[in-house]
Design a protein around this ligand. Structure first.
Ligand code: C2E
Ligand code: MG
Ligand code: MG
Length: 257
């Protein structure tokens, strides 16, 4: 299966990424009346002609290992920026788009130039682009990571720390890294309001974020109970099936434009 995946992924990537598609999941602002949409996260989908629908958690790690994440990631970035510019031009100048950047992409020597080029090519307002990075082992080279993120931020782009609270996360990263948004992982939301640790963790991150002037987005909100519990905290942004699943671009436009 792995060999098949590899063969088909190489084919799909050289074939101008036609089998890949970008979906958009709304991010809502619960600090404003009516919980309006504030933008979306771009999430890749691979509809392989040979293998059917393959989820990103299945193919992204292999794409990283094979180095194919660079062309795939460029495709997603350009698509998402183009889409966001369209939303902005269609009466939602405040909508922003979040794009996941693998650490493999971040460590390319010309990543800052690549991002600058996509911004100028698509005409997106850079402040409407948020790049999501995760805390991988590579973050251990803190000085290098800080320099790359600082250079990216000079373009006017925002940076989010994805899946916070899992993996290699450390509170020191929040302090040291030039980030604008902390995305709290879904695992802390599952029993928010019921489990004391999860509730306290979310409150603590919200409090800390407010002190250092960073936004917080909570991922994986599925129920009204979770939303109600989150409204008791200082959380501003929510993403999850309760408000909307990742949607095909046309479906997203139909619902949110
Ligand atoms: P992520 O960046 O943390 O994205 C959020 C994931 O949580 C998405 O899964 C989304 O569909 C899912 N999700 C959102 N709300 C809910 C909810 O209420 N309940 C549940 N159960 N799940 C929810 P998805 O689309 O399968 O993506 C999985 C991961 O794959 C992403 O996690 C991200 O790490 C990676 N990924 C997706 N697209 C890209 C991409 O273009 N580039 C890179 N490098 N990674 C990507
Ligand atoms: Mg993400
Ligand atoms: Mg996440």
């Amino acid at each position: 299966k792995r060999l098949d995946l590899e063969k088909n992924m190489r084919y799909a990537t050289t074939n101008s990424c036609q089998e890949f598609e970008v979906y958009y999941q709304p991010i809502v602002d619960i600090s404003r009346p009516g919980d309006p949409c504030s933008g979306a996260e771009a999430l890749i989908r691979w509809n392989s002609e040979a293998m059917g629908m393959i989820s990103p958690s299945e193919f992204i790690p292999l794409a990283e290992y094979l180095g194919l994440i660079n062309p795939i990631g460029s495709f997603v970035l350009k698509e998402a920026c183009r889409r966001c510019k369209y939303w902005n031009d269609m009466g939602h100048p405040e909508y922003h788009v979040n794009v996941n950047l693998s650490v493999v992409q971040l460590l390319q020597n010309d990543i800052v130039e690549q991002i600058a080029e996509v911004i100028s090519e698509t005409g997106i307002n850079p402040k409407n682009l948020t790049l999501e990075v995760t805390e991988s082992l590579a973050i251990n080279d803190m000085n290098r990571m800080k320099k790359i993120l600082a250079d990216i931020k000079k373009l006017g782009v925002r940076v989010a720390l994805d899946d916070f609270g899992t993996g290699y996360s450390s509170l020191n990263h929040i302090r040291e890294m030039p980030i604008d948004v902390i995305k709290i992982d879904r695992c802390f939301i599952i029993d928010i309001g019921k489990d004391e640790f999860s509730t306290a963790f979310v409150k603590m991150v919200a409090e800390l974020a407010q002190t250092i002037g960073v936004h917080v987005c909570v991922e994986g909100v599925e129920t009204k109970e979770q939303v109600d519990a989150l409204k008791q905290t200082k959380i501003q942004l929510i993403q999850g099936f309760y408000f909307g699943k990742p949607l095909h671009k046309e479906e997203f436009d139909e619902k949110y434009l």
